[in-house]
Structures are given as structure tokens and as C-alpha cells.
Design a protein around this ligand. Structure first.
Ligand code: SF4
Length: 277
């Protein structure tokens, strides 16, 4: 199955904080609308957030974890490798790795130099090798070689933080989880769902807005939208399916043709169709 935690696309190099960003080049009426959205009541915010989630559901019906894996252990390994690396590169690296290292014990007993060679293309390979070997050892010692199913147990494992744990819980075990990566944090702040910068606070704030059963799919949809439409430096506002509900409309180009050219990915035609372009 083809997340994505850290994506190193050039577009992501923009600063995470953009509270000073003020849309320019939009009409006075639209500026008033943006201000009205941002000044809504709590009930209004919940309704808007859930409406946006539904719109994203229609925009990205096939949103999914973009790392390839077949078992919880493979997903954990792929997610560890995805730190500071694109999912595409991880997916190019893991087939050979997964063929060689099939169990937690394989990682626990790995020859370090050999393992480092396998994962070198993903960067930071020495640290990542330490994490994978430590993970294997912890799983063999404490969990019969299987990944545990709870956040509390997962975050105690080497190489696994809260974000990775949520990826594993949501995508390997069907436990709803919100994955706050660079895209997710940027977008929900643009949407004024939260002003928090800390990923754990963002996770809790968004969890209070969106129904629990939606958390995993919401994460995929938001990450898809961030990769394809709401880019860090040039969001495609003029061709965005969320334009009506977004208080940051105008942060990027509002000319429909200019904005349409910024949209990426296989869903492009469908997304343009949704906004009548
Ligand atoms: S692309 Fe523009 S309108 Fe769409 S969500 Fe991002 S900031 Fe808002």
C-alpha cells in the first residue's frame, strides 16, 4: 500500500510560522469574509472544520498513507526512514530492505554496516540504523517481536515518537489517530482551526473539532491537500476547493488560471472540476 511524516520537497522549506502573512490582492469583500471566518464562534468553528473535512473527503476520496508497507513492522520502519526524506525515496529503498529484514529479530541482530548501506539513500542513515536496531531489540525483548497497539507502549520504543505512533495506530491497527506533520500543522493554522505550534497541542486541538472516527482519514486528506494544493510558499487559492471556508484565502495567487497551474498530482483534473475550472 502506497504518509507521510516529513517530506523534504523544496516547497516545504518555507517557515512553519506565518502568522504575519496577510493576504494581498483580494477584494475588500473577501477580506471582510476572511475576517468574519476568523472571528466565528466555537460552534461555527466546529461546523466549518467538519464541513472542510467533508469537502476534502470529496476532493481526495483515495487519500491514503503514501508509504508502502504490508505489516505493522514495515510501516514502523518506513515511517522511521521517512524522517527528513520524501516518501517516494523511502518507497524506492524499502523493497530490498524488507526482503532482507523480515522480522524484529532481523533488525535486532543486524550487522550495522550492512543495514546502514541498505538505508543510506534516506539520509541520516547512522541514526536511523540505531533506531531500527534498537526498535528490533526492544520488540524482541518486550513484545515477542510484535509491535504493541497502544500509544503509551509505542512511544517508549526507540525511534518512535508520537507522530510515528499515530501513523502506526491509524494505518496498521485501525485506531483513529491524528498525524501532525509539516503539512498538517501549516494547513490547520492557515484555516484558524488552531493557533498552536506544538504538534501535540495541535493534535489535541484538532481532535476536539473533528469526530474521532475521522481522525486517520482527516490526516491523509490534509496531507494530500498540503502536498497538492495548499503549498507552503505558493498555495493555489484561486483554484482551491476550500476557498469558501478558508480565512487565509489570498495567501497565494487568486487568479484561477495561475492557481490551477500550481496544483499537482493525479487528482488535478478532479480538483479543477470541483471548482468549475
Ligand atoms: S490554498 Fe489558499 S484557500 Fe486553499 S486552503 Fe490553502 S490558503 Fe486556503
Amino acid at each position: 500500500m502506497p504518509v507521510s511524516p516529513a517530506t523534504a520537497a523544496a516547497d516545504d522549506a518555507a517557515p512553519a510560522t506565518e502568522t504575519a502573512a496577510v493576504p494581498t490582492g483580494i477584494s475588500a469583500a473577501r477580506k471582510r469574509k476572511n475576517r468574519a471566518i476568523a472571528a466565528e464562534t466555537r460552534t461555527g468553528l466546529v461546523r466549518r472544520a467538519r464541513r472542510m473535512n467533508r469537502t476534502l473527503g470529496a476532493a481526495f476520496p483515495d487519500a491514503h498513507c503514501e508509504l508502502d508497507f504490508t505489516t505493522p513492522l514495515e510501516l514502523a520502519v518506513a515511517t522511521i526512514l521517512s524522517a527528513q526524506c520524501t516518501d517516494v525515496r523511502v518507497n524506492l529503498t524499502t523493497p530490498v530492505l524488507f526482503a532482507k529484514y523480515r522480522s524484529a529479530r532481523d533488525y535486532a541482530e543486524a550487522n550495522r554496516a550492512e543495514l546502514e548501506e541498505y538505508i543510506r539513500p534516506t539520509g541520516f542513515y547512522r541514526n536511523k540504523a540505531s533506531s531500527l536496531m534498537g526498535l528490533g531489540q526492544a520488540l524482541v525483548t518486550g513484545f515477542d517481536g510484535e509491535l504493541p497497539h497502544t500509544m503509551g507502549e509505542l512511544v517508549k520504543l526507540p525511534g518512535i515518537g508520537r507522530k510515528t505512533a499515530n501513523v502506526i495506530l491509524g494505518n496498521a491497527f485501525g485506531v483513529p489517530g491524528i498525524t501532525v506533520d509539516t503539512h498538517f500543522g501549516r494547513l490547520v493554522r492557515r484555516w484558524k482551526w488552531t493557533e498552536d505550534e506544538d504538534p501535540v497541542k495541535v493534535e489535541h486541538s484538532v481532535g476536539e473539532l473533528i469526530e474521532r472516527k475521522e481522525w486517520t482519514m482527516l490526516s491523509h486528506r490534509v496531507i494530500f491537500h498540503g502536498r497538492r494544493v495548499c503549498h507552503a510558499r505558493k498555495p493555489a487559492c484561486g483554484a482551491c476547493v476550500l476557498a469558501n471556508d478558508c480565512p487565509s484565502f489570498g495567501l497565494g495567487p487568486t487568479d484561477p488560471a495561475v492557481a490551477a497551474a500550481l496544483i499537482k498530482g493525479p487528482e488535478r483534473e478532479h480538483l479543477l472540476d470541483m471548482v468549475g475550472l
